[in-house]
Design a protein around this ligand. Structure first.
Ligand code: ZN
Ligand code: ZN
Length: 265
């Protein structure tokens, strides 16, 4: 919102005063919900970690360690998959996901540093809300899912959900010139994505290094051409064109945009 729209006279007497006040109230409520979700997600993650530790016998710790690692890899893959899908298919008009998720990824390519303008509530709120739901399912469905009898499965689910919930924050740190000291250490060790390892994704044509948590899955996925294979399969099955929005926007040789040449889509 620009300064003009916040002018007191406009707020008090303008036609949009009531709407502006309602938007302000909605924003504060959303922030309160997100802040609560972040605290709850942390509390539930800690509670589940204690239960995993209590349920694990000495001989099972090696298996739990492998499961934790597998969960981290799955989280990296899931974050990469969502990122790839939003960069590749649809546009801002796509039903359900276009106005929010797809637009935010497309905007991120145009203004990569803009995500640094968001505070920790805005960056982590949505992912934390989803994590609270997943952790709650684990808590309520634990007995029927047999989680305590299978601590490796419990640990795998816990780390996949926990690391997925941190993906936006880790991505934001990978754009920051001055992340916290402990983050810089984790980045230097390669435990989370760093600026150096994420920067190539933002160089044209921006079609690799989609994984944005640890980034550990990127070499395997990029060297095997997994994303291109997936795109070819989906294009064959559906007739859709990967990155159609870029083709429509690219200038053609006659100086008019391809969007104009192709007509409305
Ligand atoms: Zn991207
Ligand atoms: Zn980025």
């Amino acid at each position: 919102m620009d300064r003009g729209s916040l002018h007191p006279r406009k707020l008090r007497f303008g036609r949009n005063a009531a709407k502006a006040q309602q938007l302000g109230r909605d924003r504060e409520i959303t922030r309160a919900i997100f802040a609560t979700a972040i605290i709850l997600a942390g509390a539930l993650a800690t509670w589940h970690a204690a239960r995993i530790a209590a349920a694990t016998h000495d001989a099972e710790w090696a298996g739990v360690g492998v499961a934790l690692l597998a969960g981290v890899l799955l989280a990296d893959l899931l974050a990469g998959g969502v990122h790839w899908a939003c960069d590749t298919w649809g546009d801002e008009r796509t039903r359900w996901l276009g106005a929010g998720l797809i637009r935010s990824f497309r905007d991120h390519h145009h203004r990569p540093q803009a995500m640094l303008e968001h505070d920790w509530i805005e960056v982590n709120g949505e992912a934390a809300t989803a994590a609270v739901g997943a952790f709650a399912v684990m808590a309520l469905g634990g007995p029927s899912l047999g989680l305590l009898e299978h601590p490796s499965w419990y640990a795998f689910s816990w780390s996949a959900i926990g690391v997925s919930a941190l993906s936006n924050q880790i991505h934001q740190w990978a754009h920051s010139h001055a992340p916290p000291r402990f983050v810089r250490k984790l980045q230097r060790c390669g435990l989370i994505l760093s600026r150096r390892r994420h920067a190539p994704h933002h160089r044209a044509p921006c079609i690799d290094r989609y994984c944005i948590t640890t980034g550990w899955m990127n070499p395997a996925l990029d060297r095997t051409g997994a994303w291109r294979t997936l795109e070819a399969g989906i294009a064959r099955a559906t007739g859709a064109t990967p990155r159609a929005h870029e083709i429509r926007a690219a200038p053609n040789t006659k100086g008019t945009s391809r969007a104009t040449a192709a007509g409305p889509s």
